[in-house]
Design a protein around this ligand. Structure first.
Ligand code: ATP
Length: 196
């Protein structure tokens, strides 16, 4: 099984590429989804979340109180604290998913993460794909997708690394400044390359 990491800034088009690959049969794991799973299943993480962010971190049925945690993390500037609890557990959780995907007979495993390059263990993935798009396109697209304001989106972009400077870390760079169809075509070509 081939393992692929895909990264890029907010609104660059990562999920769109992953959707194309998933349709072609890839197992796609999104880092945010994995983090949420870890937060409700890992006993140590759960305890730390309660210790740091209060018992309101979980709802009565044991589900994550995403509203509360998002407020604590983003509005109160405690993202780093939250990440410090959850991120160390992600490599092992991702490895388990890779094993599951392999056992289920998938040819390609894709890990989608904005913080991929920060948390990557050297040699742990076969290919790295970086998706880039100009800021004006990203702002317009995210505005439409999330109904968020330009100020909010610019704030999030500023907090991320400059992905344009990370091209040397990628095996494939996708530039997404054209149409959706063009992006999908690029995604298909790269997928084919993985398989060849
Ligand atoms: P995030 O990091 O915020 O999750 P992302 O990198 O996964 O973002 P997508 O969700 O794939 O980005 O794309 C952002 C939005 O822009 C989506 O609504 C998507 O449909 C749209 N989009 C992506 N590429 C194009 C394009 N080339 N033309 C028009 N719309 C696009």
């Amino acid at each position: 099984m081939i393992t692929v990491g895909i990264t890029g800034g907010i609104g660059s088009g990562k999920s769109t590429v992953c959707n194309v690959w998933a349709k072609k049969g890839a197992y796609v794991l999104n880092a945010d989804d994995l983090a949420k799973q870890v937060m409700v299943t890992n006993a140590e993480v759960k305890q730390q979340l309660v210790d740091h962010f209060g018992s309101e971190s979980f709802l009565d049925d044991g589900e994550l109180n995403t509203k509360h945690l998002a407020k604590e993390a983003f509005e109160k500037g405690r993202v780093k604290e939250l990440n410090a609890i959850v991120h160390p557990k992600l490599p092992a959780a991702a490895s388990q998913k890779i094993e599951e995907a392999e056992a289920q007979g998938y040819d390609i495993f894709v890990y989608e993460a904005a913080l991929l390059l920060e948390n990557l263990e050297p040699g742990s993935l076969d290919y790295i794909v970086l998706v880039l798009a100009d800021e004006d396109h990203r702002i317009k697209r995210v505005k439409q997708r999330d109904n968020s304001s330009e100020v909010e989106i610019r704030g999030r972009i500023e907090k991320q690394r400059n992905f344009e400077k990370a091209t040397d870390r990628a095996d494939y760079v996708i530039r997404n400044n054209g149409t959706l169809e063009e992006l999908e075509k690029k995604a298909e070509i790269i997928y084919q390359n993985f398989l060849n």
